[in-house]
Design a protein around this ligand. Structure first.
Ligand code: COA
Length: 260
């Protein structure tokens, strides 16, 4: 089923090894700023047999051709084209910038999705000016020093270092554009329009998109649950992969399998 989408839109995608099962609900996961689909490898594998799970690279990231973009509605229009290209109408899970895209597509094209999960995200994503200016002035130094802020202090430093090493391979204009997209994003006044089932999922130690942002989604969205992942920061999908997988699975159990 996913191949019907990728045959028309050139997008990097990973998915469960088992064949697509129309009896199961479907999930498409979208990474955050400067990210890539493999950040959800553990969830794709862990949800096997329960969910038709996939993770995608946004334009200019991983295996999807560029250019990357600097506005959430532009990424959302690209995602709509990808979803329109085939029959799957998944729950869209987005991390950080990806969560903004999930909220935007729920507003713009609710017919293309069956629910949304915002992982470490929010309805407004102003970026600390020091982050944006630091990235523009000295990308390497900023990435080395600043990225650790994305993880819980309890997270293994080797995992943090792997994240830094991978981020240093990404051309600076990609995360700079992504953070600019976040900085311009604000759908707070429109949250009441989203009627789809939603889950706000957040690491208890997230300093970039604190728990307050997820609680706000729960308060303002008509149908939104909250799940908090202990001992995880902003990169919860790799810091506490099993806990994130199980929180997703619990939410997906309430989604009708009508994927096609
Ligand atoms: N959900 C709920 N509340 C939000 C929100 C969201 N998505 N975004 C902002 N707010 C709240 C703020 O907490 C603040 O509340 P307060 O007045 O009770 O303190 C208020 O709305 C105004 O916030 P904001 O417009 O963001 O301006 P600010 O000057 O307070 O803060 C930043 C600007 C960038 C310093 C701040 O947003 C921040 O620390 N962000 C987190 C770090 C970051 O850069 N994250 C990157 C996100 S991708």
């Amino acid at each position: 089923m996913w191949d019907q989408h990728t045959s028309k839109v050139n997008a990097g995608l990973i998915h469960c090894r088992k064949p697509f099962d129309p009896q199961l609900p479907s999930l498409l996961m979208i990474h955050g700023s400067g990210g890539y689909k493999e950040l959800f490898r553990m969830q794709v594998n862990g949800l096997e047999g329960r969910v038709n799970a996939a993770a995608i690279d946004l334009p200019g990231h991983g295996d999807t051709p560029g250019p990357s973009m600097d506005r959430v509605p532009a990424y959302t229009a690209w995602l709509a084209t990808f979803l329109e290209a085939g029959p799957v109408r998944p729950v869209v899970l987005g991390h950080s910038l990806g969560g903004a895209i999930a909220l935007q597509i729920a507003l713009d094209r609710p017919d293309l999705i069956s629910g949304l999960i915002c992982l470490g995200s929010g309805a407004r994503l102003r970026v600390m000016p020091e982050i944006l200016s630091g990235m523009k002035e000295d990308y390497v130094a900023h990435t080395k020093n600043g990225l650790a802020f994305s993880y819980s202090d309890k997270t293994d430093r080797k995992l943090v270092q792997q994240g830094i090493d991978r981020m240093l391979q990404v051309p600076p204009e990609v995360p700079i554009g992504d953070f600019t997209a976040c900085d311009n994003f604000d759908v707070i006044p429109r949250l009441g329009e989203i009627k789809l089932p939603a889950l706000a999922l957040v690491g208890a130690d997230d300093r970039l998109t604190p728990l307050k942002y997820s609680q706000f989604l729960v308060d303002k969205l008509p149908d939104c649950q909250l799940a908090i992942v202990e001992d995880a920061g902003h990169m919860a999908s790799v810091e506490q992969p099993e806990a994130v997988t199980e929180a997703i699975s619990r939410f997906m159990a309430g989604i009708k399998p009508a994927a096609v």
